[in-house]
Design a protein around this ligand. Structure first.
Ligand code: ZN
Length: 253
């Protein structure tokens, strides 16, 4: 009876990751973890978060920050993100960078659901799926009824009825208000679900976000959790990372 914790965009925020994992594994009864990438970047604990994820031995797909840390040209990146990537590269060893570089862009998990960081139509282009229109091209490449993604750091639910894509905004309103919302997946539809961000939420809510998938009941539950933002911010400043990265954690943007 697998019960999956689906986590994404941890971004080296160890305080948020520990809070989420404690909730998932100790209180919510999750039996498996899957990770949608961007384990590193922005926050102050890249090595610790990478060690934690690797110790779980769980499926992981590659995020754009995982790719950038493992190599490539940063000249077109904005200065804050670039500084964070350069700093992160210095913290990690060769073996860790190679491990990140070898992550797949997408994978099908036990015929139950697909994992991808950004989208299925061009997973290496790191496109942002901001609305149902953006999601349409991805749905055409989605061969499982359920796919989880991240990348925008904003939790969203897209639904495809075979003709067109729509978005369940009401569920996300409940999530904002209640800190939790559950959805029962209906037969005959495809779902493309953004699980939000563990380590750097950007929907105006500073709480860490993740999803639980009960594959027998076919129920997806979003959870928001208060974590020690102040300590994560202090660690960013102590590491001499850009102050803007600490500020945005407090604002959830
Ligand atoms: Zn990210």
């Amino acid at each position: 009876m697998p019960r999956f914790a689906v986590i994404s965009d941890i971004h080296a925020n160890l305080h948020a990751l520990c809070t989420v994992m404690e909730d998932a594994l100790q209180r919510q009864g999750c039996t498996e973890v899957v990770c949608l990438g961007d384990v590193v970047g922005y926050n102050a604990y890249p090595r610790e978060c990478l060690d934690y994820i690797r110790s779980l031995g769980c499926p992981v797909v590659k995020g754009n920050h995982d790719a950038d840390v493992s190599g490539g040209d940063l000249t077109r990146m904005n200065p804050v993100a670039r500084r964070a990537i350069e700093w992160t590269r210095e913290q990690l060893g060769e073996e860790e960078r190679v491990w990140l570089a070898r992550l797949p862009y997408q994978r099908l998990e036990r015929s139950l659901f697909t994992l991808v960081h950004s989208c299925l139509d061009q997973p290496m282009a790191w496109n942002y799926i901001m609305n149902a229109n953006d999601a349409t091209a991805s749905f055409r490449r989605q061969f499982s009824s359920l796919c989880f993604h991240g990348h925008t750091h904003v939790p969203r639910v897209f639904i495809y009825d075979g003709m067109r894509a729509s978005e369940d905004a009401e569920a996300m309103d409940i999530l904002r208000q209640e800190g939790e919302v559950s959805l029962s997946l209906a037969d005959g539809y495809k779902y493309f679900i953004n699980v939000g961000s563990v380590g750097q939420p950007r929907d105006g809510d500073s709480r860490a976000c993740y999803v639980i998938f009960d594959s027998d009941a076919r129920v997806v539950t979003f959870r928001r959790l208060v974590y020690d933002v102040a300590s994560a911010q202090q660690a960013i400043l102590a590491a001499d990372l850009p102050e803007a990265l600490a500020e945005r954690l407090g604002r959830g943007c």
